[in-house]
Design a protein around this ligand. Structure first.
Ligand SMILES: Nc1ncnc2c1ncn2[C@@H]1O[C@H](COP(=O)(O)OP(=O)(O)OP(=O)(O)O)[C@@H](O)[C@H]1O
Length: 249
């Protein structure tokens, strides 16, 4: 397993957001983590990235439990992880080319290598000709593609996408989900996508983990999830409002 969470709990404020999350992610797999708004998907991502610590439980990245590690020990492992934030989180004062080159410049790679890699990735993500544009001059879909380029350029072993299709029209969404799938196949990075968009799940996921009531309520292959007869899963997948159980109590 690339990633394994064992009985992870987290309370924020007075709310126990995660009550014992168990999750396994195999190498090169594409996993969608789904759940209703407020279910704790972003909290889960922040825990895996080591930005916050769980109250209890273990988070294994390969052979290493990340939980007891300090920032300095986490840093080299974090460099193996890429993150594509919902809003792209681009540097507004840098053009497309410099945004994409950022991670390589930080690692002091030779300028000739950086130029070659940036050019190759921009071509792959259909951004050729837009190198000198500033983020404010890009469409939403282009910003997402720049964010993808920026994350993928350092060849992460594990890549996270937070709501990658949010704010895109259906065609823009399909372009991004196609790219996520193709990049996973080309580069082999284990891919974890947080989303509540069922079309994205259909287009991207091999595996789905459904976060509900502080736990992974359902984990399995995408087809199984999308056609599940479990009332809670079904209500989520089809956007149904759950009826109170008749005769309960
Ligand atoms: N720093 C914090 N302090 C207190 N509560 C927090 C904090 N961060 C998140 N929460 C709470 O944790 C719960 C889960 O939040 P989270 O952002 O992970 O949800 P989500 O599943 O990502 O939702 P969405 O799909 O809307 O982004 C929410 O009830 C939220 O209010």
């Amino acid at each position: 397993m690339v990633l394994r969470l064992v009985e992870v709990t987290k309370t924020l404020g007075t709310q126990q957001v995660l009550e014992g999350v168990n999750l396994e992610v195999a190498p090169k797999e594409r996993l969608c983590v789904v759940g209703r708004s407020g279910a704790g998907k972003s909290v889960l991502l922040r825990l895996i990235l080591g930005l916050i610590k769980p109250d209890s439980g273990e988070i294994w990245y390969g052979e290493t439990n990340l939980v007891p590690l300090r920032d300095r020990e986490l840093a080299p492992l974090r460099r193996e992880m890429g993150m594509v934030f919902q809003n792209g989180a681009l540097f507004d004062f840098m053009n497309v080319e410099d945004n994409v080159a950022f991670a390589l410049r930080e690692r002091r790679r030779p300028e000739s290598e950086i130029r070659e890699k940036v050019s190759r990735i921009l071509e792959r993500l259909f951004l050729k000709g837009h190198e000198k544009k500033m983020p404010a001059e890009l469409s939403g879909g282009m910003r997402k593609r720049v964010a993808l380029a920026r994350a993928i350029i350092s060849r992460p072993k594990l890549i996270f996408y937070d709501e990658p299709t949010a704010g895109l029209d259906p065609i823009g969404s399909t372009e991004i989900t196609d790219l996520i799938r193709c990049l996973n196949e080309e580069f082999g990075a284990t891919t974890i996508v947080v989303t509540h968009d069922m079309r994205s799940v259909e287009q991207i996921a091999q595996q789905v983990a459904f976060l509900h009531a502080g736990r992974i309520y359902h984990a399995g292959c995408a087809e199984e999830f999308l056609s599940s007869e479990d009332p809670v899963v079904k209500a989520f997948v089809h956007g149904l409002i759950e009826e109170p159980t008749v005769g309960a109590g």
